[in-house]
Design a protein around this ligand. Sequence first.
Ligand SMILES: Cc1ncc(COP(=O)(O)O)c(C=O)c1O
Length: 462
Amino acid sequence: MNMLSNSNAERDARSIVHPYSNLSLDSRERLLTIVKGDGCYVEDDQGNRYLEGMAGLWCTSLGFSEERLAEVASTQLRTLPYYHLFNHRSTEPSINLAEKLLEIAPEGLSKVLFANSGSEANDQAVKLVWYYNNQKGRPEKKKILSRWRGYHGVTVAAGSLTGLPANHADFDLPIKNILHADCPSHYHHANPGETEEDFAARLAESLEAQILAEGPETVAALIAEPVSGSGGVIVPPKGYYERVQEILKKYDILLVADEVICGFGRTGKMFGCETFGLKPDIMTVAKALSSSYLPISATLVSDEIYDAMVDESRKQGVFAHGVTYAGHPVCAAVALETLKIYEERDILGHVAEVSPHFLERLHRLGAHPHVSHTRGVGLIGAIELVVDKESRRPFPPEQGVGARIQLHLQRNGVIVRALRDAVAFCPPLIISKAEIDVLFDAMENALKYLEQELAPRLSPSE
Ligand SMILES: Cc1ncc(COP(=O)(O)O)c(C=O)c1O
């Protein structure tokens, strides 16, 4: 366990609210203060190095020491450190970035509205869906469907879209007009013996029934991550998006693709939409857009949505939406350089080369008696930890087995993320095969620890 210096621990205890931490616990014992990074590794204030198996928060696609991004940021800071896009103003980095984004985006997306975070990009998407339907003269068509276990952020609208109970409880969310549809996890929700295709068909029927019960004239859009990340790395069952999109089309419901995690190569193609055949009307991106070196996000829209924005703008006299740092020139310059690096270094080619090894090592974990399921695509994956593989009986939540395994790995120099008792892997896209071995060798050791030391102490005998 890393020992913290008192001064650091005390400073923390007094000053910071750490998101997604249990604030009732003494954070001094748990605090990990990261001070630097290089390649796929980060280092803490005690000199311990960690392979970052989560790229931070599904973020640093290019690792932690990309000189070109530092250079571009510093040049841009010296040239134009800030300007905005309000009021018919613009900046070169934001224009160039928008053009580049549209060049690589899925067909049909033709305009870019910048923001700072994934939550904001999704909030914008909600507002644009509402704006669009008002312009089209159907003010009742406002409900937005999301899915249980989907994660779309934490601001008031995005937090409502998120389909995880902890993000709603006592925050008075979800707000009106946000509904949740079935979670597409075959592992968690399929009936015994149900194939992926049958499960996908059942979910599609259930979605249609939900739309009909609400009244199709009131349902405006469905938002989906191609692969849900924070909800447990849910890879959709075969045929799911095909069927879902047929239903959306039938009832004139827009599709919003949340590519905040999947975007820019994570699933093997530039966007998760390509991997899974989604044709979105709106797409949101963040994280790997700038390799997360600086905060920037975007909401991409189709001509049809944009035309409605223009018409509303004519009616209102202004498009009255935008945030101070949208398209910030330093963030935009770094994002543009990130996209150039993806191309020049053929990051998609690299993912294609190393992901079979990543997936082979991931699925090999499925042989372990405490692993009931493995799932993944490209360079994202997860395993499910259970008491017993046959019955899939989960560990009691109060035992915090996922968190203990995460800590065990951390003590052994590898960072992963426990999502309940699923363990997620989402390394920088530049990871090598040798580093993939470091990641999964550590996970295999952690599973040995679970089997030989932890589980015998925890699971009550039957
Ligand atoms: C798919 C997805 N959408 C949206 C968000 C929210 O992004 P942010 O935390 O930048 O607001 C996240 C964050 O993890 C995410 O994974």
